[in-house]
Design a protein around this ligand. Structure first.
Ligand code: AMP
Length: 396
C-alpha cells in the first residue's frame, strides 16, 4: 500500500516522498482516513510507530484551505507533555508541510515568551505547545481559540503522569465546542479514558497491537547487579562491547552528575541532561548527542521525556523506572520505524517488584545475561509473571 491511496494531495505526498517513506506504517494506514473524514479519534500507539505523521499529514490536508487567518487566532492545537516533543512535532509539521503555506510554531515554558507573542499577533495555523505555557498565553490574551478546528492530545498518558490534568481541563473549557479531537497515548489508563470522555466526541478507536508489522525490533535484556557495582558494570560494557552510543536513564540529577564523573575517571566521556540544566544547555547537549559528538548521554526520566532521537541503537536503564509505562516509553526510544535497537536494564534486588510489574505487562520475562567478573551478592529472585502490585511505592 502506498501513501497515494490515502487521500492526501500532491504537495503532501511530495514532502513524504522527499523523506523517502515508501509505505505508511500501520497507524498511518488506519488513522489518516479517519482524520480526513473529520472524525474524532483515540489511538493507542507508542512513539516509534509513526504516530506523528498519522495525525500531522491529514491535519495539514484539512487545514490546507483558502481560509484567511485572523490576528491572535490558531486553527489547530497540539498539546504535548514536553518541550522536546513540542519541538520535534513542530519540526515534523515543517517537513511534511514544506510545500504548503501553513504556519506553525512550538511554544513551551522555560524560554522568553516575547517571540511567541510576537508571532501570534498575525495568527498561526498550528501551535504545538506544552499545556502550562499555552494557558499562560491564553490568560495574557496573546491568543484566542474561537477559530480552532482541531485539538490533538499527544502522549496523553504522559501528560497526565506529569500532572497536567488541570491545565488541560482549563484549556478544553476555552475551546469552541465544534471541533475535531484526536488523542494519542501509549497506554489507555482509566485517567486517559476519563480525559477522553470530557474532550472527545464519539471517537473511532484504533489500537496498534504490539506485534504489528510496525513493531520496532528491540532486543531487551537485563543484568542483575548489586547497587554499588553499576557504574563499573556500565564502563565495562561500554569498553568490552565497544558501544558507540547510549542513552542512559538514571533516577536523580545528583546520580546523573555522579555517574558522568565516574565514567570520566574510567576514560569514558559522557554528558548529562536533567531538570537542573537550562533549556539552552539541554538543547545543545541533545543536538550534540544526535550528531554523535556526545556518545554517552545520562538522562533523568523527566529530562528525557519526549526526546526523539532518530536511530538510537541503545538505551540503558541504569535505574529501573518505578512505572511500567516509563519502561515502555524508554525502550521506545530505540528501534524506531524498522531500525533495530537494544534496551539493557540493570536490576538490583530492591528492583524486584518493578521488574515483575514490567515483565507482567510485557507478558514475558526479559532475558538475563551474566557478565564475567560481576557476580551478584544480593541475588534477584526468579520473576513472577501476572504480578499485581499491592501498593505503589512512591520514589519520586
Ligand atoms: P513517531 O512514532 O511519530 O515518533 O515516528 C518515528 C519515526 O519514524 C520518525 O523518525 C519518523 O520520521 C519515521 N517515520 C514515520 N512514518 C514513516 C514511514 N511511513 N516510513 C518510514 N519512516 C517513518
Amino acid at each position: 500500500m502506498s501513501f497515494s491511496t490515502l487521500g492526501l494531495s500532491a504537495p503532501i505526498l511530495k514532502a513524504v516522498a522527499d523523506l523517502a517513506y515508501t509505505e505508511p506504517t500501520a497507524i498511518q494506514k488506519q488513522a489518516i482516513p479517519v482524520v480526513l473524514a473529520g472524525k474524532d479519534l483515540i489511538a493507542t500507539a507508542q512513539t516509534g510507530t509513526g504516530k506523528t505523521a498519522s495525525f500531522v499529514l491529514p491535519m495539514l490536508e484539512l487545514l490546507n484551505t483558502e481560509r484567511k487567518l485572523r490576528g491572535k487566532r490558531i486553527r489547530a492545537l497540539i498539546l504535548t507533555p514536553t518541550r522536546e516533543l513540542a519541538v520535534q512535532v513542530e519540526s515534523s509539521i515543517s517537513q511534511y508541510g514544506k510545500y504548503l503555506e501553513l504556519s506553525s510554531m512550538a511554544m513551551y515554558g522555560g524560554v522568553d515568551a516575547a517571540p511567541h507573542k510576537q508571532r501570534l499577533i498575525w495568527g498561526v495555523d498550528i501551535i504545538v505547545a506544552t499545556p502550562g505555557r499555552l494557558l499562560d498565553m491564553a490568560h495574557q490574551r496573546a491568543l484566542h481559540f474561537d477559530e480552532l478546528e482541531v485539538l490533538v492530545l499527544d502522549e496523553a498518558d504522559r501528560m497526565l503522569d506529569m500532572g497536567f490534568i488541570d491545565d488541560i481541563n482549563k484549556i478544553i473549557e476555552r475551546l469552541p465546542k465544534e471541533r475535531q479531537n484526536l488523542l494519542f497515548s501509549a497506554t489507555i489508563s482509566d485517567n486517559v479514558r476519563s480525559l477522553a470522555k470530557r474532550a472527545i466526541n464519539d471517537p473511532v478507536e484504533i489500537s496498534i497491537a504490539q506485534n504489528s508489522a510496525s513493531k520496532p525490533k528491540i532486543e531487551q535484556w537485563l543484568i542483575t547487579t548489586d547497587k554499588g557495582n553499576k557504574s563499573a558494570l556500565l564502563s565495562h560494557l561500554i569498553t568490552e562491547q565497544q558501544w558507540q552510543q547510549a542513552l542512559i536513564f538514571i533516577e536523580t540529577k545528583h546520580g546523573a552528575a555522579k555517574l558522568v564523573s565516574q565514567l570520566e575517571k574510567r576514560g569514558i566521556k559522557a554528558e548529562s541532561i536533567h531538570g537542573g540544566r537550562t533549556q539552552a544547555v539541554r538543547e545543545q547537549i541533545l543536538s550534540d548527542f544526535k550528531s554523535g559528538k556526545i556518545k554517552f548521554l545520562v538522562a533523568t526520566g523527566i529530562a528525557a521525556r519526549g526526546l526523539d532521537i532518530g536511530d538510537l541503537a541503545r538505551v540503558v536503564n541504569y535505574d529501573l523506572p518505578d512505572q511500567v509505562d516509563d519502561y515502555i516509553h524508554r525502550i521506545g526510544r530505540t528501534g524506531r520505524a524498522g531500525a533495530s535497537g537494544e534496551a539493557v536494564s540493570f536490576v538490583s534486588k530492591d528492583n524486584f517488584r518493578e521488574l515483575c510489574a514490567i515483565e507482567s505487562r510485557l507478558g514475558h520475562v526479559i532475558v538475563r545475561k551474566e557478565i564475567d567478573g560481576f557476580t551478584v551478592k544480593k541475588v534477584v529472585p526468579v520473576s513472577i509473571l501476572n504480578y499485581v502490585p499491592k501498593h505503589k511505592k512512591s520514589k519520586r
